[in-house]
Design a protein around this ligand. Structure first.
Ligand SMILES: Nc1ncnc2c1ncn2[C@@H]1O[C@H](COP(=O)(O)OP(=O)(O)OP(=O)(O)O)[C@@H](O)[C@H]1O
Ligand SMILES: [Mg+2]
Length: 202
């Protein structure tokens, strides 16, 4: 854990000229991995930085997203198929809310879906059920695949109500949707829009 955090710090070159307003973080070798409703995500080495949009701090529902996600990621630490949270902060310049977590690969698609996805999803779904955690936003953008491992991400919209579908059934629905011709898919159009390079200032 400590080694990983040290590596993360090495990826950031901080130029502090003795004035907080001049503090800048340079991101070298970073790659955008996605832009969502509440945050944009950037990959640094093997980590993802999820940076929440400051504008949402004032919104009563979206403002709780960061706190919920931090809380849940601590609770599910060690569960296979959930990214490890490496660090989190509200203290960065401009009060930005940031979570650093393991990189979980590319969004689920028909080509990267592992053969044993059902087995992995059942195990992960059972582990979350045992903890009383219901994700609340299971969709193709929140499922990633890395080296044949299925990951569930984005824990800011946890629900107290047990969903009608199990996690494995939800994934089956997503895969069925992905198998439809492009113009009939409900999820991929949204996915492509969100994966575009983020606009400046967001
Ligand atoms: N740990 C990760 N590893 C790989 N990709 C990630 C990771 N975290 C986020 N992403 C990518 O960034 C996108 C946005 O992240 P996330 O879903 O956490 O943000 P959000 O703003 O909460 O999204 P939403 O629009 O679903 O509310 C994801 O769809 C995914 O493609
Ligand atoms: Mg998401």
């Amino acid at each position: 854990m400590l080694g990983k955090v040290l590596l993360l710090e090495k990826a950031q070159v901080i130029n502090d000229r003795g004035n907080n307003r001049d503090l800048r973080v340079y991101r070298r070798k970073s790659v955008w991995v996605g832009r969502g409703m509440v945050a944009r995500c950037e990959r640094l080495l093997n980590f993802v930085e999820k940076r929440y949009y400051a504008a949402h701090n004032q919104d009563s529902i979206l403002a709780t997203h960061y706190d919920t996600e931090v809380h849940i990621l601590k609770e599910v630490e060690g569960v296979q198929g959930i990214p490890n949270m490496l660090a989190h902060s509200k203290m960065l310049p401009l009060g930005a809310q940031v979570i650093y977590m393991d990189y979980c690969g590319e969004p689920l698609s028909l080509s990267n879906c592992p053969r044993n996805w059902r087995e992995q999803a059942t195990k992960l779904g059972d582990a979350l059920n045992d903890l009383g955690i219901y994700h609340g936003d299971i969709n193709v953008r929140n499922i990633c695949i890395r080296d044949g491992q299925l990951y569930l991400i984005d824990f800011g919209l946890i629900s107290a109500i047990k969903p009608a579908q199990s996690f494995a059934e939800s994934i089956q629905t997503i895969l069925d949707d992905l198998a439809l011709p492009k113009h009939r898919q409900k999820n991929t159009e949204i996915l492509q829009r969100r994966l575009r390079r983020p606009r400046k200032g967001r």
